[in-house]
Ligand binder design. Structure first.
Ligand SMILES: C[S@@+](CC[C@H](N)C(=O)[O-])C[C@H]1O[C@@H](n2cnc3c(N)ncnc32)[C@H](O)[C@@H]1O
Length: 245
């Protein structure tokens, strides 16, 4: 399957910050800073720096890999955005120089890769960036078989006085794929944010980590560290490279 790591940003870069301005990064940044323990961080899919810039503000060294030149341009426009080293390319295979204490892949972006093989390659690439004892953190949603039964879905993501964000999704359970477009309605008009997902359950991600030589250290329901339970709709999973091979 042909895959273009720059496609998401081409559609979304112009409206990304505005559409997700309601997502406060504080809990994620707090947790990531604790997991990095002072060491350098590499963010896969660094985007416009929603997480990376606050991490830099905390004194951490941050680098990134990003498929979209438009998203990187958005990062560069922000104060401090110029100082972050970013390699433009697919995070399943692109390398940035250095050994990192922490590799981050947030906001469901592991699912942006088109198939299982690419996701396994991404785990291997994350492991290759880690120093011994380093961590790979993945934030993703948990597939919901009930929601998938009907084959499609339309759901409100955010309803506020100034804007409404809806998500229309077509689901392809046999291939664990979801075609989705978020629709943002505001006084600025209608904006479309398309994204395709190859989703996976947490247990499959754990196996990908094992294949990459990583072991799961934590799984929480969110960045605040709430326990992961039967009802959890998202997870934050932390995988660790052993201190010794
Ligand atoms: C949902 S955004 C998240 C951005 C940022 N991490 C955040 O939390 O705001 C996903 C980002 O990953 C990038 N991306 C998606 N697939 C990619 C790939 N295979 N390789 C590199 N970047 C990719 C997109 O261009 C986009 O900037």
């Amino acid at each position: 399957m042909s895959f273009d790591a720059s496609e998401y940003g081409r559609h979304v870069a112009e409206v990304y910050d505005e559409a997700y301005a309601h997502l406060t990064p504080d809990a994620a940044v707090e947790r990531l800073a604790a997991l990095a323990d002072g060491g350098p961080v590499c963010e896969f899919g660094i985007g416009t720096g929603r997480l990376a810039l606050p991490l830099v503000a905390r004194g951490l060294t941050v680098a990134g890999i990003e498929g979209s030149p438009e998203m990187v341009a958005g990062l560069r426009e922000k104060p401090g955005g110029d100082a972050i080293e970013v390699a433009v390319g697919d995070f399943a295979e692109t390398r940035v120089p250095g050994e990192f204490a922490l590799v981050v892949l947030a906001f469901n972006t592991i699912f942006a890769l088109p198939d299982q093989a690419a996701q396994v390659a991404c785990f291997r690439n994350a492991a290759a960036h880690l120093r011994p004892g380093g961590r790979f953190v993945v934030e993703a949603w948990v597939p919901d078989p009930g929601a998938f039964r009907a084959g499609g879905a339309l759901r409100p993501v955010r309803v506020a006085e100034d804007a409404v964000l809806l998500e229309a999704a077509l689901l392809h359970p046999a291939e664990q794929r979801m075609t989705t477009t978020k629709v943002r309605l505001s006084s600025a008009g209608v904006q479309l944010l398309p994204a395709n997902h190859r989703y996976a359950w947490p247990a499959e991600l754990d196996l990908m980590a094992e294949l990459a030589g990583l072991r799961r250290e934590h799984r929480w329901a969110d960045w605040t560290g709430r326990p992961f339970t039967d009802d959890s709709r998202d997870h934050v999973s932390v995988y660790r490279r052993p201190e010794r091979a």
